[in-house]
Design a protein around this ligand. Sequence first.
Ligand code: PLP
Length: 281
Amino acid sequence: MAYIPVMTNSYRTSVFAASIAGSDPSAGAGLQIDLKTMNACGVWGMTVVTALTAQNANHVRGIVGVDPVFVQSQIKTLEEDFPISCYKTGMLGNAPIVRAVAKALPDAVPIVIDPVLISTRAYRLTDDSGAKALVERLIPRAAVVTPNIPEAEILSGITIMDAESMEEAACWFLDSGARAVVLKGGHATFRKGVDVFLDRDGTRLLSGNVYPFSDVHGSGCCFASAITAYIALGCPVFSAVKLAKEFVDMAIRYAVEYAPGRFTMNPGWREHREYMLKFVV
Ligand code: PLP
């Protein structure tokens, strides 16, 4: 048996980020895609479970929320050992869990909030009281919030039907206390694929590629996790958002068809691309 020397590489694993979200056993969204994304972006991802879902490529068959006290305990226990540089929240499910997360999160650490309310297949992932608690307790603490159009409409009460109402909804997030917002344009019927970024310095429009497959599962989770990773690595919020858009663009380009006609994000696009360059000449 050969002796294999092992070098510790703590310099590579010393940047920590954590996702507070629901489990998706198909690994196309939720905690599982968050972890894959954070690792691919170069940070050590950690996970705080808020809910278990039974879901596959087409259906969410069941949801069980984790006891809020235990959600709090997961965050506090991580905090004892790890200097987490940025948190991301995803599916929180209900108001007691939102409040527990708000209580447990340290004040000084930036929080990226992906307000996961309804899945692309129209399953309700956070109830109305959870959405209300998100507005009252977490959005005021956000370094950046990343709603899609349906989520922004539910949270703000503003109907988004053109560029002007989209920018009005983006302003609502800043008025609610968030330091920045990226209102994603993927669901828009106008100016398709253009995101609105807004912070105290004003509005910036971010356009991206539009791909032939729609509804790529986990795209919102992947985007918010990439932003979280880049903030954890020290990027200012707007730079983190731009880098995350580039990352997500590639994860969609190399999306995995994990069931017939159903695509999910591929945070491992770099390996996939290398493989293709090697074998598919
Ligand atoms: N399931 C869980 C646990 C999630 O956190 C998310 C995230 O948005 C989804 C499902 C939704 O996935 P999508 O709307 O991208 O299909």
